[in-house]
Design a protein around this ligand. Structure first.
Ligand code: GN1
Ligand code: MG
Length: 339
């Protein structure tokens, strides 16, 4: 990576790989010029990484004008002023390292409120940003009808022995097809609005710090999937990752329980920013958000398992099956507890 460091003009002291995301590779860099996060953008998934670069810069410029105090992860330019570097078939970009930490699971309800409020604020602070200026970085990313269609293909064309051993999960997910109908009703409704949407609001995508011993979320990160979208994507992924004490990787299904207090905190945190913006049809679909996203993630993980892990990859055989059954369990618990 020496040549990349040179383009940024860094004298690097240490490099450490971070292992939080499933898609991109991320490195923490300490240099004489400061501490940075360097990432390669996975161009097998994001076919045109320039769209991400353009979006982050467009939003960054808007915020510089309209909300200069908002905490935003601007891209760091190279010495030639580029914020995306193409090198030997890879795309690199860098951010300043911020003084904060992220969580892989929550350990208290306040964190749910803090994170939800930050993601709500992100959409809110960009409410005057023209969504037509945002590029589509991943077409149909949260199109549940398409995800269901991909699932129906995977259960026919996928790995035959995996299809056979996943029968129970397949049947269960098929039985929940009415969620797709409800999604279609929602997105067609004239009062369901497209806004600047993060599309990956999992807990590890918000940075926390402590102010006088009080834990605060202060900045959202991972802006690759910021696109025009519906609020159900953002609230849904919060439901998926904030309400349970264990993550999507947990194999012991008995540990998958919904913490009801966190649901209240999540709602209050998000609505503290978005209450006056959401229409009544949107408010009526608040709980549906969780069903929509947990269901979609279960479909995506199971389809990927049947497709031999071609999208997410797997660190061990059956990892995406574990994730799928985890999400199925979470969906059952969510439906029981939240109404
Ligand atoms: C992927 O790469 P990462 O961890 O930010 C995925 C999300 C999933 C998530 C599940 C572009 O996000 O949609 O919710 O894994 N991102 C993409 O952990 O597919
Ligand atoms: Mg992401």
């Amino acid at each position: 990576m020496e040549s990349i460091f040179n383009q940024y003009g860094w004298s690097v002291l240490s490099v450490q790989q971070l292992h939080q995301g499933l898609i991109n590779s991320t490195y923490s860099i300490s240099s004489n010029q400061g501490d940075f996060i360097l990432q390669t953008v996975n161009h097998h998934i994001f076919k045109d990484p320039r769209t991400i670069d353009d979006n982050i810069n467009a939003i960054g410029n808007f915020l510089n004008q309209q909300a200069p105090n908002y905490h935003f992860t601007h891209l760091v330019p190279t010495q030639n002023g580029k914020t995306l570097v193409e090198w030997e078939g890879q795309f690199y970009r860098a951010f300043k390292q911020l003084n904060g930490y992220s969580l892989s699971v929550l350990d208290n309800s306040n964190q749910a409120k803090e994170a939800a409020s930050q993601f709500g604020k992100f959409t809110q602070v960009l409410s005057e940003f023209n969504i037509r200026n945002l590029k589509i970085t991943l077409p149909d990313f949260h199109n549940l009808s398409l995800r269901y269609h991909q699932f129906t293909e995977a259960i026919i064309k996928g790995n035959a022995s995996k299809i056979d051993s996943s029968k129970e999960s397949i049947l269960f997910l098929k039985s929940l097809h009415p969620i797709v109908n409800k999604y279609e009703y929602f997105v067609k409704h004239p009062e369901s609005l497209l806004r600047v949407t993060h599309h990956d609001t999992k807990i590890s995508n918000v940075l926390f710090n402590k102010e006088n011993g009080i834990e605060k979320a202060f900045c959202v990160i991972d802006l690759d999937t910021v696109m025009p979208g519906y609020f159900i994507s953002d609230v849904g992924d919060m439901c998926r990752t904030y309400l349970c004490k264990v993550s999507e990787e947990e194999k012991d299904l008995n540990l998958i329980q919904i913490e009801k207090e966190r649901w209240e905190f999540l709602k209050n945190g998000y609505l503290s920013q978005m209450q006056n913006t959401l229409s009544s049809i949107e408010i009526d679909h608040f709980i549906f958000s969780g069903q929509f996203m947990i269901y979609m993630q279960a479909l995506r993980f199971l389809s990927d398992h049947l497709n031999n892990d071609s999208y997410y990859g797997a660190k061990y055989e059956g990892q995406n099956y574990v994730r799928a059954t985890n999400q199925i369990e979470l969906l059952k618990r969510f439906n029981e507890s939240i109404n």
